[in-house]
Design a protein around this ligand. Structure first.
Ligand code: PRP
Length: 178
């Protein structure tokens, strides 16, 4: 798929190394807290590849659920309006919950999810994001665990899409259509 429209920003080898480090960091954090089992909530669809690598880098037990939020529609610009397309299926009351996202952009999605999930009284609620674009933030949301900070490029790959395509690309790639 490589053409002049695409430029690798984060190579798959670098991603693998960082995700492994994140898994170790998260495991150590929750072990220190005395958490027995982590409740992971993946935000579909973008997080599915990051989540599948991350959970296999953990050295503490976890349960996994998903929800689906949508904010972009068929555009490269966030609309700011978040829709919960699919909710989690089981109770998170008194659980140590980690939300797993592919990217924090404006932060509208995460702000919405924090409000939605904290209402269910988890024991703890933290955020792990693969990517962060702090220059685009419109909210006070911050990741507790973060893969990479990037500049304001439209990126695809490793779960991230353009019009639902390119999620399977192994590296994070800057998408600049002519
Ligand atoms: C993307 C991404 C985050 C959100 C971040 O989701 O996966 O959930 O946007 O943007 P924000 O910080 O500006 O809210 P998208 O709506 O594109 O859905 P997808 O994960 O199914 O691709």
């Amino acid at each position: 798929m490589m053409s002049k429209d695409f430029k690798v920003l984060i190579h798959e080898k670098e991603i693998g190394k960082r995700v492994h480090e994140l898994g170790a960091q998260i495991s150590e954090h929750y072990k220190k807290k005395g958490a027995e089992c982590l409740y992971i909530i993946g935000v579909l669809k973008g997080s599915f590849i990051f989540l599948s690598d991350l959970v296999r880098s953990l050295s503490i037990p976890c349960e996994i659920d998903f929800l689906e939020a949508s904010s972009y529609g068929a555009s490269t610009v966030s609309s700011g309006e978040v829709k919960l397309v699919r909710d989690i299926r089981f109770s998170i009351k008194d659980r140590d919950v980690l939300i797993v996202e592919d990217i924090l952009d404006t932060g509208h999605t995460m702000e919405y999810l924090l409000k939605h999930l904290s209402a269910q009284k988890p024991k703890s609620l933290s955020i792990c994001s693969f990517l962060d674009k702090p220059s685009r933030r419109k909210t006070a949301v911050k990741a507790d665990f973060l893969g990479f900070t990037i500049d304001d490029h439209f990126v695809i790959g490793y779960g991230l899409d353009f019009n639902n395509r390119y999620r399977e690309v192994r590296s994070v790639v800057i998408y600049e259509p002519n």
